[in-house]
Design a protein around this ligand. Structure first.
Ligand SMILES: Cc1cc2nc3c(=O)[nH]c(=O)nc-3n(C[C@H](O)[C@H](O)[C@H](O)COP(=O)(O)O)c2cc1C
Length: 169
């Protein structure tokens, strides 16, 4: 579909139309975990991006309206879990409420951030920089370790979960 086929340019102030336009960008889904003064926390995000290969830098963006704002802004280390196709329930679980993890929901490996049991990939990060942009904080992490698998991925497109890769693609 070309831009010419869009019905009309949407007025700048139309928030719903703007959100709908952003939702046309199909993404993966991640859960970011970190330790906080409240305990181990998780949050569902789709703003994950690779920034630099050398050094290895990635970023994600945190909404200032999130209850988890302070905890994730203060975290010096965090892990980004790219969810596999089986993990829609995890995505839903960490998209609401405070996101405080119960003991059975994560594993401890040394002094690394709390680790989810399953993921298509995981990036362990130490916070490299934080840059406030409008109503979000861009949190940039230096990747200190990672793991990945061939698992199919959970996706998010126009407000719905889906699957990419694997036998179901
Ligand atoms: C698929 C999906 C992607 C999301 N991506 C982000 C994101 O990139 N950044 C963010 O701050 N919140 C994101 N959210 C919203 C958070 O998961 C959470 O619902 C929101 O911050 C409200 O949190 P609160 O209960 O702490 O206020 C996303 C939610 C979903 C379902």
């Amino acid at each position: 579909m070309s831009l010419e086929s869009l019905p009309k340019e949407v007025a700048g102030g139309d928030v719903t139309a703007y959100r709908r336009a952003l939702g046309a960008f199909a993404t993966g889904v991640c859960v970011v975990t970190a330790d906080s003064s409240l305990g181990p926390l998780g949050i569902t995000i789709n703003s994950f991006t690779s920034v630099s290969l050398t050094p290895r830098l990635v970023l994600w963006c945190l909404d200032e309206r999130s209850e988890r704002w302070q905890a994730f802004c203060e975290a010096e280390r965090f892990s980004i879990h790219v969810l596999d196709a089986q993990s829609e329930a995890l995505a839903r679980r960490f998209a609401k409420g405070i996101g405080l993890m119960e003991a059975h929901e994560f594993q401890r490996v040394g002094d690394a951030p709390p680790r989810l049991g399953a993921a298509a990939a995981r990036f362990d990060c130490k916070t490299h920089d934080r840059v406030q942009m409008g109503d979000h904080m861009m949190i940039i992490g230096e990747v200190t370790g990672f793991e990945s698998s061939d698992a199919a991925a959970l996706t998010y497109f126009r407000g719905r979960y889906g699957v990419a890769g694997g036998a179901q693609a």
